[in-house]
Design a protein around this ligand. Structure first.
Ligand code: MN
Length: 253
């Protein structure tokens, strides 16, 4: 089993280290990851300057690009053989609901899927990683059987990536694994007005309060209830139900 591991928190991130430790118990791991944090870069691709992979060890490369760049470069140029799976993460922070639209972690898995490779994104839904880092470490042992299960499925769901969120709990506190749908998040006060050193008004996106809504089978509810959340995602954003009602709203001009 050959794994490509990447992330959006950068090659030095502890979550990537945890993911690699878990994957190495099952197969061969190549790491191609951004040289710095690329959180919330979504699925962006670097077109206007070249990418320079720097070898950091056996089968380890850092790239001055986005998570999507890393997956593309790894599969098309750096790896001798295509990976059997792309694993992305473990992100420092949850990727639930609309987060998946901003997330570089999830987008790396999307790029794997776009290249025809089964892909899984992992995120640790802990708010304060410094406080929770021991829990993340403990979950490596829990990740191994989960990874073993996902990678030995007779048919990995076609055209689908799996978005896994891990609850910020000790391994023995986790109640199980739940298959979920995306919830919705509600931000308030997420833009902070400030002054720059010259007294001019600036705005900083971040902070504020996040609350979540969603059905009982949503990702955030699973995390709240102490479960690992696994959400199957596909890249086709077409609203199929609306197509079926097209005669009510669309008349060809
Ligand atoms: Mn991140």
């Amino acid at each position: 089993m050959r794994f490509l591991c990447t992330n959006d928190d950068g090659i030095l991130a502890h979550g990537l280290d945890c993911l690699v430790r878990a994957a190495e118990q099952i197969g061969d791991v190549t790491v191609v990851a951004p040289d710095r944090e690329q959180s919330a870069t979504s699925h962006s691709l670097t077109l206007h300057h070249p990418l320079r992979p720097v070898r950091r060890g056996e089968h380890r490369f850092q790239v001055d690009g986005t998570p999507t760049d890393c997956v593309m470069l790894a599969v098309e140029a750096l790896m001798d053989t295509r990976p059997d799976f792309v694993l992305s993460g473990i992100n420092h922070g949850q990727n639930m609901g609309e987060d998946v639209l901003y997330s570089g972690t999830v987008s790396a898995a999307m790029e794997g899927l776009a290249l025809g490779i089964p892909s899984v994104a992992f995120s640790f839904a802990g708010g304060d990683l410094r406080a929770d880092i021991a829990k993340l470490d403990e979950q490596v042992e829990l990740l191994v059987p989960l990874l073993r299960h996902l990678t030995s499925l007779p048919a990995f769901p076609e055209g689908t990536l799996l978005n896994v969120n891990l609850p910020p709990l000790r391994a023995d506190e986790i109640k199980g694994i739940r298959l979920t749908r995306l919830g919705r998040r509600v931000y308030s006060n997420s833009i902070q007005p400030m002054q720059d050193p010259w007294g001019r008004k600036i705005f900083w996106i971040g902070g504020g309060e996040i609350s979540w809504t969603g059905s009982d089978d949503s990702d955030f509810q699973a995390i709240r209830d102490g479960f690992v959340s696994v959400t199957p995602l596909h890249l086709d954003l077409t609203h199929r139900d609306m197509l079926e009602t097209s005669e009510r709203w669309w008349r060809a001009p």
